[in-house]
Design a protein around this ligand. Sequence first.
Ligand code: ATP
Length: 243
Amino acid sequence: MIPKDHPRYRSLVAREQLARCAREGIVAPEGLAAHGRGEAFDYLLGEKTTESAALAERTAAAMLLAARHAVISVNGNTAALAAAEIAALQRASGADVEVNLFHRTQERIERITRLLTEHGVRVLTGTPERIVPLSHDRALSLPEGIGDADVVLVPLEDGDRCAALREMGKAVITVDLNPLSRTARTASLTIVDEVTRAIPAIAAACASLEPGEGERLIASLDNTYLLRAAIDEMRERLAHALE
Ligand code: ATP
């Protein structure tokens, strides 16, 4: 039992949750390493939502609401950390949810679908096809899901798949604590924030956008500015770390 007053409480709870989900076959062992990379960047951000991330989260809400067909693509780490938050975002945005895995097995798809469903997510099911221009099983997606979407939210994605979705003409929103990753630099909109802070913030923004605000946010979207602001924040904190 992790004491609530532990200074690293949230981080320790997340690790415990991921380790449990890894034992249950929901999170791939490689997913634990990916989480570690994210944690390191979150440390540099001060484990908080920056002003530029908050702007990115409002813009993400605007894009999801303005989409013809928005789909949230969920992998093992996202399901393990934020299943209830995905359910709330689905309610707030009306987006479809599709399970999509880098380390894909039918068994993991079913386990993750069950976990999400238990938390109130309506998960798209169907017969996946090789839709995304990638080799092997990473190409598999649902024609009526990601295949049909114009806007895809893919938290914790890898660069190849993000680029492939962009090549298909889709607007890609990602959540990635590493502003230097290929995903962060390839996405249409990158939210440099921890996924359990980012998803509720997008859901809250869906409910609070003012008339006309969404159009303004989408028109002024500048992903390079958002990435630079995240890097500046980290640089600033490093510069003053020992003061
Ligand atoms: P790329 O292929 O885009 O260069 P990568 O090889 O680092 O990136 P992955 O190993 O798939 O990609 O890792 C996924 C990304 O998710 C990492 O960049 C990591 O910083 C980020 N990440 C991991 N955990 C979280 C989290 N809880 N919240 C937000 N981002 C996270």
